[in-house]
Ligand binder design. Structure first.
Ligand code: PBG
Length: 437
């Protein structure tokens, strides 16, 4: 039968996996390797009915003789043709593209290496891309207030003080929808609750603990980071308690920060993040958490936090500007590099789980320094001023917002950051799902 040009045997229980050139009727007939050897067949459940109907009139109708296509050449025949100097036709050798008129005619440089070769097509560039970024690398900072409505933050287009009950939930829902499952909370506290010792920071029913409880209730697997510092709760707008002579009191502040961190952990926070830059606070917070049974709560230390002008829009968002002076006695001098190592060693020794550099883009060298000198995960905070600069330049038509956003985040990753706190988390995650960057 295999030698016959015609096959009468109806197909039963088999399906062509390569059938483009075969008509429906021949498909029904030649479902047999013996009939049409170069086709590959796969078992097909859907065809079982045709076996039951083998003798029905419809099967008889299509079981008429059909002319078989000529068999393709065997491998031996193909090889013989090539050996005989008759290769089968293929597209012509491509012509050399012409250079524009006026291009100088030169002798090519003798180069042993031409790095551009690995950049010459999108596929090659994608293959050799060293740094990748995904929504899992983002932590979204969220501003919350006691109001029911979201109110826009003038200096941060696209950011809002979110109503804690609804707006916050909606925003987290949007973030998770694009793969961002980590948030960090910043409260706008009513002035009437601010004091010089910042005790509202550890009120168990304060805004932040309430938000944590609500979020955990709605999204149990959400990773919630909190900010540990007194500034949103301080009538002086400083991260610590201010003495009469203007000195920020270190150890007394640390005492308050421990109570704040424990209150946040009790509400369900996953990671507490001291951003105050007091000495010894990481170790003290670790001991406080452990002694209250929160051994599983992590600490993300703001390790190298610089006294930066780029926090301006954030302070407007929270109305947390220092009422006097600046933060130069606790935040780091932007001129300093080695000092970041001193902070790194201290935070590591005190039990930090994640170390942070802040701001991010003006301090890429410091991110690289921490990456190369610690085995801990490194986070970087693309702060409010970095965000607003890109938004403002884009609004003025000076930058392509999406490209600048993605490039800034990629650069921060390339410098060595594992995770990035960024107000761009949602639009960046959206853009990343639309294209590979
Ligand atoms: C407060 C705090 C600040 C930021 C995060 N936590 C402001 C500051 O230190 O004055 C800044 C974040 C930003 O600018 O986006 N401890």
């Amino acid at each position: 039968m295999a030698a016959s040009p015609v096959c009468f045997r109806p197909h039963v229980g088999l399906r062509f996996s390569r059938s483009a050139s075969v008509s429906n009727s021949s498909r029904a007939q030649f479902g047999d390797r013996a009939c049409y050897g170069h086709l590959v067949f796969a078992p097909c459940k859907g065809r079982e009915s045709s076996s039951r109907n083998r003798n029905s009139s419809s099967v008889r109708a299509i079981a008429e003789p059909v002319i078989r296509k000529p068999a393709p050449p065997t491998i031996e025949e193909s090889e013989a043709a090539v050996v005989a100097g008759n290769p089968p036709p293929a597209p012509p050798v491509p012509t050399k593209p012409k250079a524009p008129e006026g291009t100088p005619v030169i002798t090519p440089l003798t180069l042993t290496s031409r790095p551009r070769r690995n950049r010459r097509s999108p596929a090659l560039r994608a293959a050799f891309q060293e740094t990748l970024i995904t929504p899992a690398n983002f932590i979204l900072p969220l501003f919350v207030h006691e109001g029911e409505q979201n109110t826009p933050i003038g200096a941060m287009p696209g950011c809002y003080r979110l109503g804690w009950r609804h707006g916050l939930i909606d925003e987290v829902y949007k973030a998770r929808d694009v793969g961002v499952n980590s948030v960090v909370l910043f409260p706008k506290v009513p002035d009437a609750l601010k004091t010089s010792s910042g005790d509202e920071a550890f009120n168990p029913d304060g805004l932040v603990p309430r938000c944590i409880r609500l979020l955990k209730d709605k999204f149990p697997d959400l990773v919630i980071y909190t900010d540990v510092a007194l500034d949103p709760y301080s009538s002086d707008g400083h991260d610590g308690i201010v003495r009469e002579d203007g000195v920020i009191m270190n150890d007394e502040t640390v005492h308050q920060l421990c109570k704040q961190a424990v209150a946040q952990a009790r509400a369900g926070a996953d990671v507490v993040s001291p951003s105050d830059m007091m000495d010894g606070r990481v170790g003290a917070i670790r001991r406080a958490l452990d002694s209250e049974g929160y051994t599983d709560v992590s600490i993300m230390a703001y390790t190298a936090k610089y006294a930066s002008a780029f926090y301006g829009p954030f302070r407007e968002a929270l109305d947390s500007n220092p009422r006097f002076g600046d933060k130069n006695t606790y935040q780091m001098n932007p001129a300093n590099y080695r000092e970041a190592l001193i902070e790194t060693r201290a935070d590591e020794a005190e039990g930090a789980d994640i170390i942070m550099v802040k701001p991010a883009m003006p301090y890429l060298d410091v991110i690289r320094l921490l990456r190369d000198n610690s085995s801990l995960p490194v986070s970087a905070y693309q702060v409010s001023g970095e965000y607003s600069m890109i938004k403002a330049a884009a609004a003025a038509g000076m930058l392509d917002e999406k490209k600048a956003m993605l490039e800034s985040l990629l650069s921060i990753r390339r410098a060595g950051a594992d995770v990035i706190l960024t107000y761009f988390a949602i639009p960046a995650a959206q853009a990343l799902s639309a294209e590979r960057f």
